[in-house]
Design a protein around this ligand. Structure first.
Ligand code: NAP
Ligand code: MG
Length: 480
């Protein structure tokens, strides 16, 4: 792993295996970092933030470093995409898009580094009142396994642009691309300690990072369950926290939607990246007049989705990331069978003798109160729910502890926009689901977390505001 500009083992000397989920074979071993390693990384990041080259770097210089990193990632996109696909099981075509988005994210924040503006505050006295923006300090960043390198960029790029130093902990299942990226940082010119990447487990590496007194901020993407633990652990030192958590996002189809586009949009919304997507449209809400026809067409088409090896260019769905996730999704397939009507899939993908493959699964006639409609599966399992009219759609859509994303499909723009305004979610698409852009804000309402990533909102989360008052009166204060 990468601490203070050097590739190091863990102090305790432990390692843990990393798997290819399509073969279930070990493809790498990485250091198992523990509290002492976290401490070493936190000290390195603290020192790099407080002294040395980094605090003296200009925004232009930080921007250029990010551009260089983006270039390196683009130049080696093929290799990185292959490593990503092998480690998380996603189709190579999707991994290539992720790596391109990763480079774009570093470029975007490379440009934004020089556009952080302060303020002149219009105070009524003969004074100049300013607001300065300063980096928040040392950022601890904890990410999940579904978009490993892209999530690393969403975290590192705005933090570095702002002038923070970082300790990134990738998910235990997928540390390889983030570690691979660190091979380039020294040569690009990042001073030691500015970026640290530690491989390890949530409880033994993530938790000490959250509690560490030298860490000023925690940026977390992951499950709501772990988000709650993080908030509690961050309380001790009043750390700044941003949380990007899960979802159970509604994808809402009105009768007047373009039918063919709707079927594709429903499948894409829930099955892209094996359904291992925080914004997955896992609740498919369909208006009653088209409901029967819709669920039949959906089930028919779901059965044609091509499962395969991650590196096969024809593959549209790979294996799930891990045995644990496979078992979790299999369990939800069984829960769904007890709660609703199974229309497609429902089990292991039987044509594979190895690998964590499950069938794309669709349940129909789902009651929004059931577990399959309320709990995040994080796999290719869709719950189709009928509704009667606009008010009913909005009521069901909002009846969830989550509020990350939603989509609405209709040719009636007035209705679509009324639904957009009524849905409590951080991201709402109209006549599409999932396009994500570094220029636009990303984050959730309700138990999907707080704070926003991407765009100018993303860098805000790594900035403090300092108020400065400059007295312009030359005479003494003359109060006493
Ligand atoms: P997770 O179990 O919550 O883990 C996320 C990260 O937190 C991992 O690095 C994990 O380490 C670490 N962690 C676990 N326990 C911890 C603790 N006590 N203290 C500090 N860190 C700890 O989530 P996951 O299973 O990897 O990913 C799936 C979840 O992420 C889903 O709920 C999904 O919706 C969410 N997600 C959200 C977004 C978004 O933008 N809103 C994007 C992607 C994913 P280990 O790897 O060792 O467990
Ligand atoms: Mg985990």
């Amino acid at each position: 792993m990468y601490i203070n500009g050097k590739h190091v083992e863990s102090i305790g000397g432990g390692w843990f295996p990393v798997y290819d989920p399509s073969t279930e074979e070990i493809i790498a071993e990485v250091p198992d970092s523990r509290e002492a390693d976290v401490d070493r990384a936190a000290k390195a990041a603290r020192t790099a933030f407080d002294s040395g080259e980094w605090p003296a770097t200009t925004a232009q210089q930080r921007g250029r470093l990010l551009f260089k990193l983006a270039d390196r990632i683009r130049n080696e996109a093929g290799k990185l995409a292959e490593l990503e696909a092998r480690n998380c099981g996603k189709p190579i075509v999707e991994a290539e898009m992720d790596i391109a988005d990763t480079a774009t994210c570093f470029e975007y924040y490379g440009g934004l580094a020089t556009k952080v503006l302060g303020h002149v505050n219009p105070v009524p006295d003969n004074a100049l009142s300013l607001s300065l923006r300063e980096p928040v300090g040392v950022a601890g960043q904890i990410i999940p396994w579904n978009y490993p390198l892209l999530m690393s960029a969403w975290k590192l790029a705005p933090a570095l642009a702002a002038g923070c130093t970082c300790i990134l902990k990738p998910a235990e299942q997928t540390p390889l691309t983030a570690l691979e990226m660190t091979e380039r940082l020294d040569e690009i010119g990042f001073p030691p300690g500015v970026v640290n990447v530690i491989s390890g487990f949530g409880e033994s590496a993530g938790a000490p990072l959250v509690r560490h007194p030298d860490v000023d901020k925690i940026a977390f993407t992951g499950s709501a369950a772990v988000g709650k633990i993080i908030l509690r652990n961050a309380a001790e030192s009043i750390k700044r926290v941003t949380l990007e958590l899960g979802g159970k996002s509604p994808n809402i189809f009105f009768s007047d939607a373009d039918f063919e586009a709707a079927i594709d949009g429903a499948l894409f919304g829930v099955f892209i990246n094996q359904g291992e997507v925080c914004s997955a449209g896992s609740r498919i809400l369909v208006e009653r007049p088209i409901y029967r026809k819709f669920v039949e067409a959906l089930a028919e088409k779901a059965k044609t989705i091509k499962l395969g090896a991650p590196l096969d260019r024809e593959t549209k769905m790979g294996p799930l990331v891990s045995k644990e996730q496979y078992e979790r999704v299999r369990e939800y397939q069984e829960i769904g069978k007890r709660e609703a009507k199974l229309l497609a899939g429902g089990g292991r993908a039987s044509s594979f003798s190895k690998g964590y493959y499950v069938e794309p699964t669709i349940f129909a006639d789902v009651d929004n109160g059931t577990r399959i409609a309320r709990e995040e599966v994080f796999g290719p399992v869709a719950a189709v729910i009928p509704f009667d009219g606009e008010a009913d759609a909005v009521r069901i859509a909002n009846d969830s502890p989550y509020g990350l994303a939603a989509a609405v499909w209709s040719r009636d723009i007035f209705r679509a926009l009324r639904v957009v305004k009524s849905v409590r979610a951080g991201i709402v698409w109209v006549n599409h689901m999932q396009p994500t852009y570094v220029e636009a804000p990303w984050g959730g309402y309700k138990q999907s977390g707080f704070g926003r990533e991407l765009g100018p909102w993303g860098i805000e989360e790594y900035l403090e505001t300092k108020q400065v008052y400059i007295n312009l009166n030359e005479q003494p204060i003359a109060w006493y």
